[in-house]
Design a protein around this ligand. Structure first.
Ligand code: S3P
Length: 432
């Protein structure tokens, strides 16, 4: 894919797709509930389709009527054993959440994934699950993994790594486990699973003590389905927000965007950099905060972000790094260790690709330093993505300022935002 320079800014109202995290949960939770669930605006991307196909393979009746997805839940303990290995493509969320859920089912499952997913750490979820007596065999700590049938026991689990995927996998395991499981989080992670479980009637109680959050689940209570309106994805919006900020004569509005305070760090960070971003029409739907976002091009300043920001916006550092490259002073983003175990080693690829674009940057102890300049001389016009959708989209936005940039293996964008190119081009982008 080639991303060319934008000449007249980007203007208009892009159609941002449904939120990826909420879409996964909108398939998983209704499938193990009772009754019918109609889901509006689900994200139809490759990652989410892998979750959907997994539940179809386990006997869940899922129908797409063109407008909505309709899921007929099977209850907590009635999924069927899949006749084939469950292939999850590139999707870490599917892998971690399903490992938890399936360890509590009465059958054996095998999970597989693509090259990137098969190199990502799974012990972060299998270790705490083994405290609940789960029997899971990984391949050197990664996929393929085999989940043997086992009787789970409730447990007290202190999360060592801040991760919504781990927390959610454990919550799903605890739902189908007799007795009281307590999961303690020491840092904030996105809370879509807790929000949805509460509205489906799970026996779950949340206590906050200082920065700790303790989630108590009493298992074996059947869930009751609710209809779901999936809001649009802030992480996907971030590429358009930054494109509008760094290109003069830009003015865009993003509609119906999820503004959950456990993951809206990108808005806080960009505002700290002087971005003209307005959140309007704040409202809630399915207990998620929603708003519309107006953005106009702005003079950005560099900033220092502590590691607490990483908990609130881990997926947005590739695009934030692009924004920082066009600020009028340097930036330091601290505590980015978790970036190394995403769909790619994102810290490595941000550095390599910014340097390819002529940006002076470095990392020390997992902190990222960016020293922007007024003019960039491209040094190597091949953006390496390692098939990572967010690296590909972030550097497409880089191309809108310094292009044409050659983005390798950009098909990965289908993981989360299949209409990205069309939407950007509709607003004045030049991607071909
Ligand atoms: C996700 C959680 C995050 C995020 C990922 C989606 C989720 O990962 O990076 O893209 O849907 O739970 P961790 O919280 O595991 O770091």
């Amino acid at each position: 894919m080639i991303s060319g320079v934008i000449t007249k800014g980007i203007n208009g109202i892009p159609k941002i797709p449904g939120d990826k995290s909420i879409s996964h949960r909108s398939i998983i939770i209704p499938s193990i509930s009772n009754g019918f669930c109609e889901i509006n605006n689900i994200l139809k991307s490759e990652d989410v389709m892998h979750t959907l196909n997994a539940f179809k393979a386990m006997g869940v009746n899922i129908e797409d009527n063109g407008k909505k997805l309709i899921i007929q839940g099977k209850g907590l303990n009635s999924l069927n054993e899949s006749k084939i290995d469950i292939y999850l493509g590139n999707s870490g969320t599917s892998a971690r959440l399903l490992t938890g859920l399936l360890s509590s089912q009465n059958f054996k499952s095998v999970l597989t994934g693509d090259k990137s997913l098969s190199s990502r750490p799974m012990q972060r979820i299998t270790d705490p699950l083994s405290k609940m007596n789960a029997k899971i065999f990984t391949t050197k700590g990664s996929l393929p993994l085999t989940i043997e049938r086992s009787n789970l026991k409730p447990a007290e689990i202190d999360l060592k790594i801040p991760s919504a995927q781990i927390k959610s996998g454990l919550l799903l395991a605890a739902l189908n486990t007799e007795g009281e499981t307590n999961i303690t989080e020491n840092k904030i992670t996105r809370d879509h699973t807790e929000i949805m479980l509460q509205s489906f009637g799970a026996n779950i109680e949340i206590k906050k003590i200082d920065k700790k959050k303790i989630i108590k689940v009493i298992g074996k209570k059947e869930l009751v389905s609710n209809n779901i309106d999936v809001p649009n994805d802030l992480s996907s919006s971030a590429f358009f927000i930054v494109a509008a900020l760094i290109n003069s004569n830009s003015n865009i509005t993003l509609k119906n965007i999820n503004n959950n305070p456990t993951r809206n760090g990108i808005i806080l960070a960009l505002k700290k950099m002087g971005a003209k971003i307005k959140l309007i029409n704040n409202r809630t739907n399915n207990n998620e905060n929603i708003c519309d976002i107006e953005v106009i091009n702005s003079n950005l300043h560099g900033c220092e972000l502590g590691p607490e920001f990483a908990d609130l916006m881990i997926d947005e550092y590739p695009i934030l790094a692009v924004a920082a490259s066009f600020a009028d002073s340097p930036s330091i983003f601290r505590g980015l260790k978790e970036l190394r175990v995403k769909e790619s080693d994102r810290l490595k690829l941000i550095l390599l690709n910014l340097q390819n674009c002529g940006v002076n940057c470095k990392s020390e102890n997992d902190d990222l330093y960016i020293y922007p300049s007024k003019n960039y001389q491209i040094k190597n016009n091949i953006i390496r993505t390692d098939f990572d959708h967010r690296i590909a989209m972030a550097f497409c936005i880089m191309g809108t300022k310094i292009g044409p940039l050659n983005i390798e293996d950009s098909n990965s964008i289908n993981t989360s935002f299949p209409t990205f190119k069309k939407e950007l081009n509709n607003l004045g982008g030049r991607i071909f």
